[in-house]
Structure formats: C-alpha cells, structure tokens
Design a protein around this ligand. Structure first.
Ligand SMILES: *Cc1c(COP(=O)(O)O)cnc(C)c1O
Length: 405
C-alpha cells in the first residue's frame, strides 16, 4: 500500500514519466539481491565516465559488462571455489571457448583429453581449421601421453574430471605439474564437482570452468557458465576476449542462479547419495556389465578420485552386457517412466540417454572378452531413489526377458 503526494510538474507528461525518481530503498533489507537491469548505467560526471577504462574490476560502465546482481553472483562463485576472479558468461561452452581464445593464438598448440565434453572437440577442430591453432588429444588415464604430447608451442593444457560420459578420473596433480614445468597454462572443466567436490586452485590450476546450467542452477531453467581464476594476468586476457566478443548475461538469469546457490550443497549431496544408491542397485542387474561411477574401485582413476575429491555428482553411466544392441538400449530408455530423455543434468528430474563414444575410447571399458556393450548415461534428480530403482528395474527386466525369453 502506498500513498503519494501529488506535486504539479513543470515538465510534459512524457518527460515526467521518464524522469520521475524511484522510491528510496532505505529501510528495506532482505536476502535476495535485486535484479539490477540497465544498459546505460549513469556516471556522476564526465570525469567519472572518463575514469572507467580499467578492463578488470567492479566498474559500472555499461550494462553489458556487469551490474550488482551479476557481480554478486561472481563473488559468491569465487568464494565457493576459492578463486580471486570470476567471469560469468552465457553458457558453460562459452566459458571453455573463452579460456581457449584467451590463451591461444594462431600457431599455438593445446592439449585436450580424449574423453572431453564433446563440443570442446568441435571447438578444437574449428580453432584449428579457421585460425590455425593446433591441438592434440591425450589419454586421461595415462599421464605419459600428456608428457609426450607437450610441444614447444603448447600454451594450454585442458582437463576434465571425471571425463564426460565415461567418468575416468585423471591424475590432475601430475598433469598440472607437467604443464607448469612446460610453461603452459592449465584449465579444468569442474562442472561435475560443481565447485564443491574439487578445489582446482589448491592444485595450481589457472582456470576453472563451471557450467552453471547444471547444479548451480539446479532447476533446469537457465543456461549460464563461469570461468574462475586466481591468475590475474591470465584472467585479464580472458576478460579482454570476453569484451571483444561482446558477451553478457541477463541479470534475471543471474538472480535465478543466485537463488539456486542457496541450496546447492544440499541438492548436490542429496542427489549424489541418491545416485549412488541407484548405481549400486544397477550393478546387481544381470543386463548390466559395469557401472561407471568414480566411487567404485573399478572406475579408471579411482585412486586419484579418492586422493583429490571430497564429493561426487549424481551423473554416471551404465554399460550393458555386450550381447545387447544399441536398439535394445534405446528400448530400455524409452520404457522408463520417471526418467526424461534429455541432455544436461543437475536438475530436479532424472534424465537418461543412450550415448555413443568412439571405439578407440572403449579400451578402458571392455569386458574380459574385449567387448563393450551399449552405454546409458543417467542423471539422478530429486525424486525418491526407490522409485527410480523400480523404474530402471522394470525397463531392464523387460530387456532381459526379450533377450532370454
Ligand atoms: C553441460 C556441460 C558443459 C556445457 O555447459 P552449457 O551451459 O550447456 O553450455 C560443459 N562441460 C560439461 C562437463 C558439461 O556437463
């Protein structure tokens, strides 16, 4: 309820509407940060306008470069992960592309793991074909392949832990020290750990990337990414690239991520626990050859996971017995009632997909006969795990019955 005194104006009605002052926020205090919208952000005077040329910092010069909602999100992400700098950007993939473009120019070389998030391979191929940036892939389970792939022009070593779809955990400590000894910058896709379960800056990384789209959002309704760093020079290169490309994020989207962050640790842990219960139940099913989850000792790199991580996500993969076809794997996913068929993860609903990886990547995953069956990736949401298990069992039982009537 509000009552206002009417003051006759000397301006016309259109001027009055544009220039009337907002009410004071004095005396109002609450947890949420307001959604600060504004493309033009006003300067006190010309001197203040001319002074905002510093490319890094909390300057309010233009809406594209930041507002208090965005900077509050950036600050909280830095606090969670122990970084000194944060850049928020339109998606997780943008975040990775920015790191690559901040570190690499024509004639430079970078390393990516062969189990990297798929679109990063496309990025590497495109930077090579269009801009002459070289890249090599290494085996995340074999540090020697990192050592042998390093070249005199290697400027960036990219890592992901665990790897997309197959969840191998690399020896991050060894990779970082090899890269550092070589003078290359290092970056990690830390989406799986959500900035919580692995702390890249305690291990010497220059950049950490998170797809905020996943757990930080948590409600499957925003796309956003972040790059964190505590290397001021490296971050300045990143910030410059971001400005050149003219990237920005919506303050309303930042507000939704800020809201998601309040429950991030709770959701992450609950979904992780639930996911592990589901993963253990799946191991018992006769149609399942193997469950790829870093918590299990048979997961490649389990010892590194135990050494470096203090938590885990609720996304993992299941390898069916090699006697099952891709068609039967699709039928299992199609039979699920509670799982939606969709990309992404970290939201309230459980998701499932049949995923394809090249044969060359299956050598760490094959059974005793050297075979690897179809792979299902599951992302566990906030539902009750018993219901999810019952759903998966009915779908797997139906597949087993059709295989062994
Ligand atoms: C989803 C995801 C990304 C990309 O995030 P978007 O916001 O969807 O662009 C990057 N890395 C990993 C590991 C992801 O799961």
């Amino acid at each position: 309820m509000s009552t206002f005194k009417h003051k006759p104006s000397t301006h016309g009605p259109s001027t009055e509407i544009v220039h009337s002052k907002p009410v004071s926020a004095k005396g109002f205090s609450a947890l949420p940060v307001p959604v600060y919208r504004g493309s033009s952000t006003f300067f006190e005077n010309t001197a203040a306008q001319r002074a905002t040329v510093n490319p890094i910092g909390l300057d309010y010069s233009y809406g594209l470069h930041g507002n208090p909602t965005q900077y509050t999100l950036a600050k909280k992400l830095a606090e969670i992960e122990g970084a000194t700098h944060t850049l928020v950007c339109p998606s997780g993939l943008t975040a990775i592309a920015l790191v690559a473009q901040a570190c690499l120019k024509s004639g430079d070389h970078w390393l990516i793991p062969e189990n990297v998030y798929g679109p990063v391979q496309a990025l590497a191929r495109s930077l090579h074909a269009d801009y002459g940036v070289e890249f090599s892939e290494y085996d995340p389970c074999d540090v020697d392949t990192v050592a042998s792939a390093l070249q005199s022009n290697t400027k960036l070593v990219w890592t992901e832990a665990p790897g997309s779809l197959t969840f191998e955990v690399p020896d991050l400590q060894a990779i970082v020290s090899l890269a550092k000894a070589h003078g290359a910058r290092t970056g990690i896709d830390n989406t799986w750990a959500a900035g919580i379960a692995y702390k890249p800056f305690e291990h010497g990384f220059d950049f950490s990337v998170q797809a905020l789209t996943k757990y930080q959002c948590g409600h499957a309704d925003v796309l956003m990414g972040a790059v964190l760093s505590n290397n001021t020079k490296a971050f300045a290169d990143l910030e410059r690239r971001n400005r050149i490309l003219g990237l920005g994020v919506s303050p309303a989207d930042c507000d939704l991520i800020l809201r998601g962050l309040l429950t991030l640790p709770l959701r992450y842990q609950r979904q992780a626990e639930s996911g592990l219960v589901v993963a253990k139940a799946l191991k018992q099913h006769p149609a399942v050859a193997r469950v790829l989850h870093p918590e299990f000792p048979e997961c490649p790199g389990h010892a590194f996971y135990k050494r470096d991580f203090n938590g885990f996500a609720s996304v993992f993969s299941v390898i069916l017995n090699a006697e099952y076809t891709d068609e039967q794997a699709c039928a299992i996913i199609d039979r699920l009632e509670l799982f939606k068929i969709a990309y992404s993860w970290g939201g309230p609903e459980s998701l499932g997909l049949v995923v394809n990886i090249p044969d060359s990547r299956k050598r760490h995953l094959a059974d005793a006969n050297g075979q690897c069956g179809p792979i299902l990736r599951l992302a566990i949401g906030l539902e009750d795990s018993a219901d999810l298990i019952a759903d998966l069992m009915q779908a797997l039982d139906a597949a087993t019955e059709s295989q062994h009537p």
